[in-house]
Design a protein around this ligand. Structure first.
Ligand SMILES: Nc1ncnc2c1ncn2[C@@H]1O[C@H](COP(=O)(O)OP(=O)(O)O)[C@@H](O)[C@H]1O
Ligand SMILES: [Mg+2]
Length: 223
């Protein structure tokens, strides 16, 4: 049984789909059996996958119905190591279902006031759905388009830390390679972006958000 990771935020344009692109391709490159569900009506991920993506293959399905998305994720988790759900940038039932069924929720946050506000609201939504489900739904904040020494980054980080939100150590930089992705369909799995993706994956594995890659599991057994 694989893990379900939902990428969510009430903020549109805060890097949800880009994060799913980087994660899915980099997990596939590391031998994971990956499935992505595009649960956003705009279908930007699904069309990118069908028309532009060139890289290690992974499953991509579209489902915007808030009931069907739960069944589909469960079904895909049976024969994939990681099921990643890309959600729409506003509060909606499908995103709530995708948060409710997640093993881990990833909230991307860019260094601007709107992004920070929506990160906090999404964190509250995860907490409230945890209460409703009577289980803890783990989540973490992924800083993205992030300049380590930027001024707005400092202000954004202060606000997030004040709320005691769980922030991942690894961030995604403000790099042209991320912006180019949506046109080129080639996802870097080496170099700066590949390194950032690799460290993020390691951190998510350590948190139990995604399982160890199959190859590592086999090596682990043999050792
Ligand atoms: N780390 C990053 N560095 C530079 N540009 C980024 C980064 N992350 C996202 N972007 C750009 O920001 C825009 C919005 O990203 P997108 O992933 O479509 O957001 P969402 O899915 O949340 O609406 C896109 O043009 C994307 O290329
Ligand atoms: Mg999107």
């Amino acid at each position: 049984m694989g893990n379900i990771v939902t990428v969510a935020s009430g903020k549109g344009g805060c890097s949800k789909s880009t994060t799913v692109m980087i994660l899915s391709a980099n997990l596939a490159a590391r031998g994971y059996r990956v499935a992505v569900i595009d649960a956003d009506r705009n279908q930007s991920f699904a069309s990118w996958h069908a028309q532009a993506y060139e890289g290690p293959p992974f499953t991509c399905r579209s489902e915007v119905d808030h009931i069907k998305v739960v069944d589909l994720a469960g079904e895909l988790a049976e024969n994939h190591d990681a099921v990643i759900v890309d959600t729409a940038g506003f509060e909606n039932l499908t995103a709530a279902s995708a948060i409710g069924m997640a093993d881990h929720v990833l909230i991307p946050c860019m260094p601007d006031r709107g992004s920070v506000r929506e990160t906090m609201r999404t964190a509250q939504q995860v907490a409230s759905l945890s209460k409703a489900a009577r289980r803890t739904i783990p989540y973490s904040v992924l800083l993205t388009r992030w300049k380590p020494r930027g001024l707005s980054e400092r202000a954004a980080l202060d606000s997030l830390e004040e709320e005691k939100l769980p922030i991942l150590v690894q961030s995604f930089g403000d790099l042209a390679d991320f912006t180019k992705l949506s046109f080129s369909g080639t996802v870097p799995t080496t170099g700066k972006v590949g390194d950032q993706a690799g460290s993020l994956i390691a951190e998510l594995v350590a948190k139990g958000a995604i399982p160890l890659a199959k190859a590592s599991r086999v090596r682990g057994k043999a050792a």
